[in-house]
Design a protein around this ligand. Structure first.
Ligand SMILES: Nc1ncnc2c1ncn2[C@@H]1O[C@H](COP(=O)(O)OP(=O)(O)OP(=O)(O)O)[C@@H](O)[C@H]1O
Length: 306
């Protein structure tokens, strides 16, 4: 079936995204975008399968409804199915929604079908080692991290009894507990880093590879501009001990990280990182595997609308 033959759009809704979201978005879709079909994700990773299905079924516009993780999954499904010509729309309904930050989302969801709102968006690509030892590949639209932040993320996702109890009590409390426990034992790590093919040995606290300047719900490393088209922002945090990291985190939370001497930023086309003790790799909020990892920009851009 050719693109567009199945009606104008399909919404792929993650009912588990966001905090106590209720049914507001589903109701808005029904009233503001009644011509769209509506599919719901049933488990983590399902957004990838549904994104692929939407392309195969010939939808011209695929609307991801959820947080950055849902958008990322749907984008991966669309791209794996060769759907570069499909419009990828996004309704921010998650916790962080960093992809949409700084943009002005449509007031009425019907506006997502307005082609005047389309914009061309770079897509990041990352390869990494999966838990089973094979090499994995993902596209990303927001950011990736390797180091302190990805270790905190891994700890947060561990299915330990303590984590289960804390998450049931309060999600933010569970996140803070993971951060404190990780930071209490944290030592900077030795990595082999290649920026645009230039190799170096470095001791770092964290490496972030950014497509958008925001992470964790609007935090920045001191700069609110995205990298230029065709580039990624490689942001290293290095040269600080445990106390210094805690101080830097405080400044990041206050939005006052600009100019901090531990933050080193470079616009690059490729990044490669490897460590003697493999580090977790976080892609658009999900721990997908571990180092070695390579990051670059995908050859085709996506048409996105928010
Ligand atoms: N039906 C479901 N039940 C449980 N988890 C799901 C379901 N569908 C998708 N997921 C998973 O939910 C996770 C979180 O989704 P998402 O990232 O969109 O929301 P969020 O974390 O609230 O927002 P953000 O990423 O902006 O902080 C994703 O990793 C996704 O795989």
């Amino acid at each position: 079936m050719a693109a567009g033959e199945r009606g104008p759009a399909v919404c792929i809704v993650n009912p588990a995204s966001g905090v106590q979201r209720g049914r507001t978005i589903e109701q808005r879709i029904a009233t503001e975008l009644p011509e769209a079909d509506c599919w719901f994700t049933r488990h983590p990773g399902h957004g990838i399968a549904l994104g692929r299905q939407a392309v195969e079924d010939g939808y011209g516009t695929v609307v991801a409804v959820g947080g950055d993780g849902t958008l990322s999954e749907v984008a991966n499904g669309v791209l794996v199915a060769g759907g570069e010509k499909v419009r990828l729309a996004y309704v921010p309904a998650g916790t962080c929604n960093d992809f949409a930050r700084g943009l002005r989302p449509v007031a009425d969801l019907g506006g997502l079908l307005d082609r005047a709102r389309d914009r061309e968006t770079d897509v990041g690509e990352v390869t990494f080692t999966r838990p089973d030892g094979t090499r994995g590949h993902r596209y990303f639209l927001v950011s990736c991290t390797v180091g302190l932040i990805s270790v905190i993320g891994q700890r947060f996702t561990e299915k330990t009894p303590a984590n289960r109890v804390l998450k049931r009590l309060n999600l933010q409390l569970a996140e803070t507990a993971s951060s404190i426990r990780t930071l209490a034992r944290w030592r900077p790590v030795a990595v082999r880093l290649e920026l645009d093919g230039e190799p170096s040995h470095q001791i770092i606290t964290n490496l972030a590879v950014l497509k958008v300047p925001y992470f964790a719900g609007g935090l920045t490393f001191g700069r609110a501009e995205p990298p230029r088209a065709g580039y990624l922002d490689a942001v290293r945090v290095a040269g600080v001990g445990r106390a210094g990291v805690a101080g830097l985190m405080w400044r990041v939370f206050r939005g006052a990280a600009a100019g901090h001497p531990a933050i080193h930023r470079q616009e690059v086309r490729t990044v490669r990182v490897d460590a003697d003790s493999p580090l977790p790799v976080e892609v658009d909020g999900e721990i997908v595997g571990r180092t070695p990892a390579e990051f670059s920009i995908h050859q085709s851009r996506l048409t996105t609308v928010v």
